[in-house]
Design a protein around this ligand. Structure first.
Ligand code: PLP
Length: 400
């Protein structure tokens, strides 16, 4: 690699201030550092930029097939086979205009009003949001980083009813940073299959995993489990393509897949994924591997730095995430109200974090904050330097 894509001077601050929304640079006062939405502060890979420019220059921008471009579906299937040993055919891949929309369409296709879906608590708000928007009921099951499969199963067992239809998992887990081991996943998936539940596995974070941990795709566990699973995958986190709104759903059951495609309304062109977004993904998967590996090494160093700095916050408990680029410290030694704590930090340290509020992650996030570290070391260091004295002051006077 001749260029360092992740150095301090690689962050295009002026462009981010103009273009990075969703609680980030474009939505904060100029002197606030946002470590908020999980979206990298770096440019996407050069191969992706070039593929987009080439396609646009060719000037033909016609309709594409509702399931996605054949080359998109082949590229995803090949990526799943080569990086996860998933037996995935192109026909099983359905392009969606984001991972979020993949979850939403699976919910619409699979749930009837009042159907219950078991989800972890805490977890990214999109899980409960998509279930509820489809008329379902999200049933939250507490998880902590150390929760064993047996404990998780016992908690689910206590909460399922005849209306329970699905289990939704997030692996790697946002915001806990847990990467589930094969045995954990196998026990939980076998339990779900025995109970007649289908599973949605949100694996959008699966390329951001730190050694020695390894991502195991739920659909690779056994062919019996694979038939009951829809995998949701995306390109916002791994390849910094959030603004292109592109993801996919992988479903090995042909009947279920047809229901999902029908629920998407893509065949009627009401919805569908922009051809440019699909071109970007093809380039990412076929030529972006080296960039991604470099990105993950940078993130691993950033993760270690965050742990070291958070350990200096009085009484704060932090676990190094095994995957994702968010870290989720327990700040109850400093505050009874993480929302007030974040407000205080924003005002006095000029750093924005995401509070562990129920609307973002469920009630199980209480007492925590989420910090995104997909930025340069310079920016991260500046953010921690600003927060340290404020946090030390707070340690003496719990913010309420
Ligand atoms: C766990 C999880 N699932 C899904 C998404 C949505 O990704 P996309 O940008 O592809 O909609 C996110 C984004 O934050 C996420 O963290």
């Amino acid at each position: 690699m001749t260029q360092n894509f992740f150095s301090d001077d690689a962050v295009p601050l002026e462009l981010l201030r103009e273009r990075a929304f969703n609680l980030r640079w474009a939505q904060q006062p100029a002197d606030v550092i946002p470590l908020t939405a999980a979206d990298p502060d770096f440019r996407t890979a050069p191969a992706i930029q070039e593929a987009l420019v080439r396609y646009v220059r060719d000037g033909v921008l016609s309709y594409v097939p509702p399931e996605g471009l054949p080359r998109f579906r082949e590229a995803v299937a090949e990526w799943m086979r080569s990086t996860r040993h998933m037996s995935c055919n192109p026909e099983e891949v359905f392009a969606t205009d984001s991972a979020a929309s993949g979850m939403a369409v699976v919910a619409r296709a699979t749930l009837r009003p009042g159907d219950e879906v078991v989800i972890p608590d805490p977890v990214d708000f999109l899980l409960h949001h998509c279930v509820e928007r489809a008329g379902g009921v999200a049933v939250r099951v507490p998880v902590e980083p150390e929760t064993t499969a047996a404990q998780f199963i016992a908690s689910m067992e206590a909460r399922i009813t005849p209306r329970t239809r699905m289990l939704w998992l997030c692996n790697p887990h946002n915001p806990l940073g847990v990467v589930y081991a094969r045995e954990w996943l196998a026990s939980v998936a076998e339990w779900a299959v025995q109970r007649g539940l289908r599973i949605l596995s949100d694996e959008i974070w699966s390329d951001v995993v730190y050694s020695p941990h390894r991502h195991i795709s739920l659909a690779t566990l056994s062919s019996e489990i694979a038939r009951k699973i829809v995998t949701v995958y995306g390109f916002s986190k791994n390849f910094a393509l959030a603004g292109l709104r592109v993801g996919c759903v992988i479903c090995g059951d042909p009947e279920w897949r047809q229901q999902i495609i029908a629920a998407s309304d893509a065949a009627c062109t009401v919805y569908g994924v922009s051809v440019l977004s699909q071109i970007a993904v093809i380039a990412a998967l076929q030529q972006g591997g080296e960039w991604l590996a470099e990105f993950v090494s940078h993130l691993e160093r950033q993760r270690d730095y965050c742990v070291q700095r958070l350990n200096q916050w009085p009484g704060v408990r932090v676990i190094a995430p095994a995957g994702t680029y968010v870290i989720f410290p327990d700040v109850r030694s400093l505050t009874d109200d993480s929302e007030a704590f974040c407000e205080y930090l924003r005002e006095h340290a000029r750093v924005a974090l995401v509070p562990g509020a129920a609307r973002w992650f469920g009630p199980g996030a209480s007492g925590h904050v989420r910090i995104c570290f997909a930025t340069s070391r310079g920016i991260l260091q500046e953010a921690f330097d600003r927060m340290q004295p404020v946090v030390e002051k707070l340690a003496g006077m719990k913010v309420r």
